[in-house]
Design a protein around this ligand. Sequence first.
Ligand code: RNT
Ligand code: ZN
Length: 417
Amino acid sequence: MANSYKNAKDTYAKFGVDTEKVLKTLDAIPLSMHCWQGDDVGGFETPDAELSGGGIQTTGNFPGKARNPDELRADIAEALKYIPGQTRLNVHACYGEFGGKKVDRNEISYEHFKGWVDWCKSMNLGMDFNPTYFSHPLSNDGFTLSSADKGIRNFWIEHGIACRKIAEKMGKALGKTVITNFWMPDGMKDFPADRLAPRERMADSLDKIMKVKISKKYNKDSVECKLFGIGSESYVVGSHEFFMGYAVKNNMLLTLDSGHFHPTETIADKISSALLFVPEILLHVSRGVRWDSDHVVISDDNTNAIMQEIVRCGAVDKVHIGMDFFDASINRIFAWAIGMRAARKCLLNALLDPIAMMKKAENAFDYGTRLALIEEARNLPASEVWEEYCRRAGKPTGLKMIDGIKKYESKVLFKRK
Ligand code: RNT
Ligand code: ZN
């Protein structure tokens, strides 16, 4: 045990915080890492999978992105060398292993994901899943489950059902519950004449997907709202009110993505409210710069505020923390490692806060002491506790992490042509 950690431990004890307990709690909280940072949301469908439509975008062309499942897994394994704590891998349906064959979205099945499941098992990773409602000819006019065309709607309903079945099998194989996140890009660039009908169709399609009996022990479904996207600036069918309502009505999980609200609106304050009405929450932790830009997560005020709310609501078991960022302009291993570590660091900060003292002051209407504690907490030696945590987990920090990833960059990434 390093001396600096011992000092930090003593300092925190004065504020009523047991760092040993915190480290245990921290280590057991899973964070879900999204596979799609590894190839800019491309996926492995044939021919030539690439992110298109859906109102989301990656910018940049940093060399060496993964071109097939094996490369993606190698890159994930490399990133995991620097990521401490329980991790889950979040896979999108377009990342199935189709063996060079064209398998349309409504025809996918568990066999296409068995490779991922076996690998995750061997790496001791849990899993999460997502139907892919973008980058497809039948999503090109901007509507999927809410399309006015019955054939298109049915195609996407079949896709949703196929995904829930796959997720259930994944959960069974892993012996761990999978969370399946439904995000549909449906919306319009300019003012719609009819905002209601697409929403009625979206709800009806979802009802048809959710009607299929799937064991909640192995799969839980979540729905993700959004304010706007590129090409859906004026209207998104699955708005916050729409999905909050849908999730409450159907007792489902609600996904809150940090980039999916007004630019000055943050998701931290939504957690305590939503948890009163939905059983669980899924978070897409992201960093929007001026818009839903999906920049790599860092330990900024926003991320700290999110983690504080999870901890202070006592909702560590009810809020599932997933990442959703994709930056194609930097080394993608860095992106994963930086984002995952930042999220966990913020979680650590939240656990280290002198909450008991703050609550005591608050209950005594002593808001001066409360503010003093908030300010003091910013200067407590959390970084020493983080160092100790990584040391115990055998994960390099600081310059060692940078050196390690740079080596992989020259040895592996830059050799991919
Ligand atoms: C898009 C949503 C959605 C996607 C992933 C790839 O705005 O955030 O979660 O990022 O499904
Ligand atoms: Zn998201």
